[in-house]
Design a protein around this ligand. Structure first.
Ligand code: GLT
Ligand code: MN
Ligand code: MN
Length: 386
């Protein structure tokens, strides 16, 4: 019942299950797997697809022969397992050339090299079937604001995306861009730190219709924000192109935990939202196993992300069918026919009528709302006793 199926659209990045457990304080705890081995592992646990950065697949220093061989093996593993490549992205953060950013670097050569790297990577991504291309500006930021004018940074970022949108159009690619905000880490501050910032920025681009969001649970949590509210706003704007599911406690380092492992109730409302609105995109788990694990633990991690999603999806159905919960929701959202005239929006007559209304302010303010009751029922449902 909780086994992943292709229609669930569960995907993982090569860098997620392929994470070798290196952190700023310690060496890897797992041997590296080749991209083809990672694809086979994902096939074994039942994922639908695999995403990658250009350099997860092909090392930045590989020659043409090496690149061709890796790509061949990767394609073979894809065809053996049936896995798809729905999303691709560029590593614009690991190499020292990007130490001060890529599109927002103060060095014009770095900015130009970043564009070149993205164009080449887009070509391969499209060849492998990707229809979404992610931009996570991990190094696009500062430690000291003496070093970079934030207005310049925003303009440079815009110019880069405008250039790349034209590249996609010029080549007739069926590809949309998904911007992924993060407030900090690895930079002291990263530009356009939240979903809200990115949504506003997109409207300033030459082709806003091609560009949307790839919100990540952990990134909004790092900013102390409510992820559900963030994706609701992205959805409302027609911009929820992709999603990075994982988990993260507030006020901690960048944890990238297994989906639902830290803030289960938040995860429930996220799944319920995606299912209720009929989100058709990928459910991408951008997370990695604890550093303590071997590859058996990595499989527990990957299966756990998908299983928890499906369990929460079932809980969401129960929530929607629970008579007591639904009765409370109906009570909370009860319409008031005496105010139906407001549904037409503004007119001078409506405004005058509203100005003349007598409201029982004190009485309305005194009425209790059954939110404690509703929340407790939700918690009991999640705990499995309803
Ligand atoms: C990196 C980051 C993620 C991004 C990836 C895409 S790379 O692991 O932490 O949140 O989604 O570039
Ligand atoms: Mn992350
Ligand atoms: Mn991410």
């Amino acid at each position: 019942m909780y086994d992943p199926k292709p229609e669930h659209k569960f995907t993982f990045g090569l860098w997620t299950v392929g994470n070798i457990g290196r952190d700023p304080f310690g060496q890897p705890t797992r041997d590296a797997l080749s991209p083809a081995q990672i694809v086979r592992l994902l096939g074994e646990v039942g994922a639908y697809g695999v995403n990658y950065h250009d350099n997860d697949l092909i090392p930045i220093d590989a020659d043409e022969a090496q690149a061709a061989q890796i790509t061949r093996e990767f394609k073979q593993a894809l065809s053996d397992t049936g896995l798809k490549v729905p999303m691709a992205t560029t590593n614009l953060f690991a190499d020292p050339v990007f130490k001060d950013g890529a599109f927002t670097s103060n060095n014009p050569k770095v900015r130009a090299y970043a564009l070149q790297k993205v164009m080449r990577s887009i070509d391969l991504g499209v060849e492998l079937g990707a229809e979404v291309y992610v931009f996570w500006g991990g190094r696009e930021g500062t430690e000291t604001d003496a070093s970079k004018n934030p207005l310049d940074a925003i303009k440079r970022f815009r110019e880069a995306l405008n250039f790349l949108c034209e590249y996609v159009i010029d080549n007739g690619y069926n590809l949309k861009f998904a911007l992924e905000p993060k407030p900090n880490e690895p930079r002291g501050d990263i530009f356009q730190p939240t979903v809200g910032h990115m949504l506003a920025f997109i409207e300033t681009l030459d082709h806003p219709e091609m560009v949307g969001l790839n919100p990540e649970v952990a990134h909004e949590h790092m900013a102390g924000l409510n992820f559900l509210h963030a994706i609701a706003q992205a959805w409302d704007a027609g911009k929820l192109f992709h999603i990075d599911l994982n988990d993260q406690m507030f006020g901690r380092y960048d944890q990238d935990f297994r989906f639902g492992s830290a803030m289960l109730k938040q995860a429930f409302f996220v799944v319920k939202f995606l299912e209720d609105v009929g989100y058709q995109g990928m459910r991408h788990f951008d997370a990695h196993a604890y550093r303590t694990e071997d590859y058996e633990g990595v499989k527990w991690f990957a299966r756990g992300c998908m299983r928890t999603y499906l369990i929460l999806k079932e809980k969401a159905q129960r929530f929607n069918q629970d008579p007591e919960i639904q009765a409370l929701l109906a009570e909370i959202n009860a319409a008031d026919p005496s105010l139906d005239y407001l549904a037409q929006g503004y007119s001078r007559e409506t405004a005058n009528r509203l100005k003349a209304e007598a409201f029982d302010r004190v009485g309305i303010g005194q009425r209790g709302l059954p939110y404690e009751h509703l929340d407790q029922l939700t918690v009991e449902l999640l705990l499995g006793v309803r």
